[in-house]
Design a protein around this ligand. Structure first.
Ligand code: DOR
Length: 450
């Protein structure tokens, strides 16, 4: 076979076993004791490291095409590999926006040449393109995003009637609709009031973003989905208001939800220091909300974590130093998510099993990639992340593989990091270096998720 990983602690069927793993033609072909392994000329010594399924990040903004001064498919996927991520799903807010089939095909060609890891796309829905859904799905795409606010009308749907129509069409073909929460009218109202008061500081940005706005958004989205029994994936849950509504209205297993690291590891105290480098939509919340969101993530009320990696340049962010409204929202974090989570494992605040479930198994199941991706079992793609739980360090923007050299987690200490990432059995990241080639990454068509 092509490769054997020896002397590793491998996460198989819900537990960690000391074992070996054989890979051939990009697939896992054997797991077991050394004496039962097939022969191979190539051996990767695990040295007791933990082997987990490669992370599947279902929410990234790689900016290509349109904003390649911030990130592109090469740098975005390189940073992902360095963060232990082996598959991403890219968001549609590009120029041209991925809201028509020509734009989607163009983006597919770009990714094909540049991606270091595997990928898929999310197609954006607006009031004019619901008839595309079937064709997009036939191209292997199962993720459809609806932005409900914060974007132009071309990139969002605000009318609940049209959201309902979209949910119904996506349901018919057996795919998944992802909705951002928040009430755009309420957000605009509170933002205008803040601006009229002359407030220009980062706290004003946070104060203008009421937790009830997210609660309203979760309620609307859930009631719409429940009324036709459709699947629904709720993006970016950040506070107790949203969580309470989610708990009360989630009456079946068709609804899943997501959080990003910003809402688990940053609170309003941090962003007072970060200023525009802490501006993200939805906004970072006070510590009490952060703690409640963490608890909901640990116990599975929030199903998965995705990075929402949304880089902007230092210069773009600095425009908000005097006037926060001038800075674009969005923060990078694709390289820091796994070290941040592993640190919490080492502190005993969360188990490794829950981390694997939330970063790979459930994302793969929700987005129709399982069991090709998201699990270590015979026949699955050999997408593997080797983790050193004893590696210590400090998160620094300057050592990032992204185009962006800053991070909102600058100076955070970590204990545990990915040290080697394999995509379909080939090393793409090792120690601190990207060794995968642009163009190696492949489009992963999703299966039906009805
Ligand atoms: O803060 C954000 N920035 N939130 C989003 O949902 C989009 C993102 C971006 O693309 O910059």
């Amino acid at each position: 076979v092509d490769l054997i990983i020896k002397n590793a602690k491998i996460f198989v069927q819900d537990r960690v076993i000391e074992s070996c793993l054989a890979i051939n033609d990009g697939k896992i072909v054997a797991i077991g004791v050394e004496s039962k392994m097939p022969r191979s000329d190539s051996v990767l010594k695990g040295n007791g490291k933990l082997v987990i399924p490669g992370l599947i990040d279902v929410h990234v903004h790689f900016r290509d095409p349109g904003f390649t001064h911030k990130e592109d498919f090469k740098t975005g996927t390189a940073a992902a590999a360095a963060g232990g991520v082996t598959t991403i799903i890219d968001e549609p807010n590009n120029i041209p926006p991925t809201y028509d089939i020509t734009a989607l095909k163009e983006k597919m060609k770009i990714a094909e040449k540049k991606a270091v890891i595997d990928y898929s796309f999310s197609y954006g829905l607006n009031t004019n393109n619901l008839d595309d859904i079937e064709q997009v799905h036939s191209m292997g795409i199962s993720s459809f995003d609806i932005f409900t606010g914060g974007f132009s009308d071309q990139l969002s749907i605000k009318n609940p009637g049209i959201i309902l129509e979209a949910l119904s069409k996506v349901k018919e073909i057996g795919a998944i609709t992802c909705l951002t929460c928040g009430d755009s009218m309420l957000n605009n109202y509170t933002t205008e009031k803040m601006k009229n008061k002359g407030r220009r500081d980062i706290n004003a940005y946070s104060e203008a973003s009421l937790t009830v706005s997210e609660g309203l958004g979760v309620a609307r989205n859930l009631l719409l989905a429940n009324s036709i029994s459709s699947k629904l994936h709720l993006r970016q849950i950040t506070n107790r208001n949203a969580l309470n509504v989610l708990k009360k209205l989630k009456n079946n297993n068709k609804v899943t939800s997501e959080v990003s690291p910003f809402y688990l590891f940053l609170n309003t105290k941090n962003i007072e220091k970060l200023g525009p480098f802490g501006k993200v939509g939805p906004s970072i919340k006070p510590k009490k909300e952060m703690e409640a969101t963490w608890f909901a993530f640990v116990n599975g009320e929030i199903d998965i974590i995705a990075t929402d990696h949304a880089p902007h340049t230092r210069e773009e962010k600095e425009q908000g130093k005097e006037d926060i409204w001038k800075a674009p929202p969005g923060l990078p974090c694709i390289e820091s998510m796994l070290p941040l989570l592993l640190t919490q494992v080492n502190k005993g605040r969360i188990g490794i099993k829950r981390i694997i479930e939330a970063t790979s198994e459930l994302p793969a199941k929700i987005f129709g990639l399982y069991p090709k991706k998201g699990t270590i079992q015979i026949g699955s793609d050999a997408d593997l992340t080797l983790v050193d739980l004893n590696a210590k360090g400090i998160i620094e923007g300057k050592s990032s593989h992204s185009k962006i050299d800053w991070t909102p987690f600058e100076g955070f200490r970590f204990l545990g990091r990915p040290v080697t990432t394999l995509v379909r059995g080939v090393k793409v990241f090792d120690d601190f270096d990207i060794i995968g080639s642009p163009g190696y990454g492949k489009f992963v068509p999703s299966m039906n998720i009805r």
